[in-house]
Design a protein around this ligand. Structure first.
Ligand code: ZN
Length: 253
């Protein structure tokens, strides 16, 4: 009898930790908005928590994409670089991507709102975390990146005001995205946050506008979330509990 109990207990814990997906995040969106751009978590460590993700690099030196286990750094010139794994990040979110939901669409996507609605229609709930990969034939993308900063760091909205913006027409590529529930708004960007990289891995950035002809979508669900918080002096004194709505809309949408 005892052994049956242990078997059931083992099966329960096993099923609870496998197959339900886990998202790992370093630092919080509010800390980034407040200007903690100190790289304090290495890409090597981040890679041990996932093969798919988005974020930024130390000193806010460009947009991060982690796709199929490879890190890409899109610097302020809009071009893609491959960073060393010793480089550190001040903010990133990753998961080990699994294909839980997949579909193809040839419906024309005319903007970010339409894309959000198209994806939302396939989700079983808005209350869990999703990683979303969209391989598509884009008729238009508008992206931004951010330039490396020097101390004293300014808040993110002061930097994105003059952000370098790039536009591409008729380009193939991938959107690397997370969708967080609205209730996590002080921790990550609520709803969709897309980064774009071209199929030839030469250009990309944080997505501002989009038009899609056809796409293949893969969605990875996470019922588990691990949050690692920085040991930096900036994080310790940052007002990470403040209201961030207008800052998020200006800096991250
Ligand atoms: Zn972004």
């Amino acid at each position: 009898m005892k052994s049956v109990f242990y078997f059931l207990a083992a099966a329960f814990f096993c099923c609870n930790s496998f197959g339900e997906g886990k998202t790992f995040q370093y630092s919080t969106i509010n800390s980034l908005l407040n200007g903690d751009y100190n790289g304090s978590f290495s890409l090597k460590d981040l890679r041990s928590h996932g093969d798919f993700g988005i974020g930024t690099y130390r000193d806010l030196d460009g947009e991060m994409i982690l796709l199929d286990g490879v890190f890409y750094q899109i610097k302020a010139d809009g071009k893609v670089y491959q960073p060393e794994l010793e480089i550190k990040t001040p903010f990133a979110v990753v998961t080990n991507f699994k294909e839980d939901i997949t579909f193809k669409t040839e419906e024309a996507v005319t903007d970010l709102k339409v894309l959000g609605k198209l994806l939302d229609a396939k989700l079983p709930t808005e209350n869990i975390i999703y990683a979303v990969k969209v391989d598509a034939d884009f008729s238009y993308v508008k992206v931004r990146s951010v330039p490396a900063q020097v101390k004293p760091f300014k808040p993110l909205v002061a930097i994105t005001k003059d952000q370098p913006v790039f536009e591409y027409k008729n380009i193939k590529g991938t959107l690397v995205c997370f969708r967080f529930p609205a209730f996590t708004e002080k921790i990550n960007v609520p709803e969709y946050h897309f980064h774009f990289i071209s199929e030839d891995k030469t250009v990309g950035g944080h997505l501002l506008e989009v038009k899609i002809r056809k796409a293949e979508v893969r969605i990875s669900k996470s019922h588990n979330f691990e949050l690692s918080l920085p040991k930096t002096a900036e994080f310790y004194r940052s007002n990470v509990s403040g209201n961030n709505k207008s800052d998020i809309n200006q800096a991250e949408k």
